[in-house]
Design a protein. Structure first.
Length: 219
């Protein structure tokens, strides 16, 4: 029985040694933004298929090296070759006088790169990683190149000037006639005195009353 167990163990080891391991790769490179080397930030390679995500910090010379699980410095680690989507976030250097919580890492600086490079779903950077050493130089756009956000319809409507109702009623290009202006003035005066407005031009002339004869005069 012991001999049979030893034989089975040797067969298992031999079979395991014959399996071909997935081709390994390493990646180093640099990041430029609007043609200039950056000084701080982070790069990540996300596999299109199954596999680990690799990360690397960007140093002050714009260089990075990828490692499985992250880590700083340029000491790269091996990971499977294949198709990857790269994400890049370029920031201002971290402020050493501001930390995240007590005893935590420094507060990261403000983002300088365009937002589309920050997410796997929107990044246009598709990289083919070949077996063995790879040098990948990434050139991206800054946030300043992004189009400004368009205002919403409600906001734009609220900023519009109110329409001129009087101009709509009479027409913006039609000034009031002299007769209409005089009629308006008469109506305004009558309204101020609490009396109805009258049209004197249409009223008939009142005849003069006959003279009354004096008492005791002869007819």
């Amino acid at each position: 029985m012991p001999l049979i167990a030893v034989a089975l163990a040797l067969v298992a080891l031999t079979a395991g040694g014959c399996r071909r391991a997935a081709p390994a790769a390493t990646v180093q490179g640099s990041v430029t933004m609007d043609g200039e080397l950056v000084r701080s930030g982070r790069v990540a390679f996300h596999p299109v298929a199954d596999g680990p995500t690799c990360y690397g910090n960007i140093d002050a010379q714009g260089a990075f090296a990828l490692r499985i699980g992250g880590g700083g410095g340029l000491e790269e680690s091996e990971f499977p070759a294949g198709e990857y989507i790269a994400t890049v976030v370029v920031t201002l250097p971290s402020r050493t006088d501001e930390a995240i919580g007590e005893g935590g890492p420094p507060q990261p600086g403000a983002r300088l790169s365009a937002s589309r490079y920050a997410a796997r779903e929107t990044s246009p950077l598709r990289i083919t990683v070949a077996p063995g050493p790879n040098v990948v130089d990434l050139d991206i756009d800054s946030a300043a190149t992004e189009a400004p956000t368009e205002p919403t319809g409600e906001t734009a409507a609220g900023a519009a000037e109110p329409p001129d109702e009087a101009a709509d009623d009479r027409g913006a290009d039609d000034p009031p006639t002299p007769a209409a202006a005089a009629e308006t003035a008469v109506g305004d005066d009558a309204a101020a005195e609490g009396k109805p407005a009258t049209d004197n031009s249409a009223a008939p002339a009142t005849p003069a009353a006959p003279a009354t004869p004096a008492e005791g005069s002869q007819p």
